[in-house]
Design a protein. Sequence first.
Length: 343
Amino acid sequence: MIKSKLTPKENYMRIVRGEMPEWVPIHTMGMPGYKGDTAYKMCGPFLWPNPHIPTPEPRYDIWGVKYVTNEETGYAAIPEPNNFLLEDVTKWYKAIKNPEMPDVDWEQQAKKDFAFAELDRSTTAAMAPIELMPFQQLIAFMGFTNGLCAMYEEPESVKELLNYLADFIVPIVEKTVEYYQPDMVYVLDDTAAQMNPFVSVEMYRDILKPIYVRLTKPAIERGIPVQFHNCGRCEDFIDDMLDFGVRMWDPAQTTNDLLGIKEKYKGKLAIAGGYDWVVPITWPEVDEEMIRQTVRDSIDKFAPGGGFAISPFALGPVDDPIISKVNEWLLNEAYYYGRDYYL
């Protein structure tokens, strides 16, 4: 394996800028246990308990939504079922209140957060999270059925609510980009299921896109690129994603036409993902070589020409020794196979 002159940060930022990397980066999304090169770390003012830290305890967001977890999903948090804060979106102002923003010494807070993250900015990019997911927050308030009905029946009230939330978040984004000076900002909002989006392109542009524009504007004005997390088959929204500064999209699941997207948006949009874990039919027996081959197949398919970071993970119970072993194989193969891929 030839030693590169680039740092992991420089290599990752190359694909963000539409340039050719020296090796295939690994997109970890903060997954624990990765021992290879770390291209970026999350660093910013988390407004509620860090969602990347597994815990069985319930959590509450800053608007009072209760989130619950379980072992089988790796303690990923979801809004507690059938415990909704909002029933009638036209009366959102009675149920939803922005919290009081405490006085913050932003310069000192940034120093503390960088120290906590143990972030060496010469080798690792700083990724600052923007902690408002407009669509998912509406669903957290109302549930899927009521939330989707509200978007269709009362779009103006939904816009009022989402803009009210943005009124609280945008000043935090402004302070974050000023004092943290991140290399990228990170937006998350899952607006699609496995096969289709939850909303039409027209509804996306009318209700959601203006909020994304507000959230990312402070970063775009400073030339800071946006990475956007959107699961499912959401390729319908890519043109709009580019409009609010997105240069990297994850997890880029394979239900999307990833090869077509790479060709159409070459140099404008990089994809991080291209790997959907499929449980072997022999489970819980696993074959190491077959597991490693799935990583090689993904890299061979999506890495040619650059613009790709692989994200190979098997999701499951945190303490499952088989899941842990599979993830060790996946990440090890991604590192060693991808490291010399472009040589």
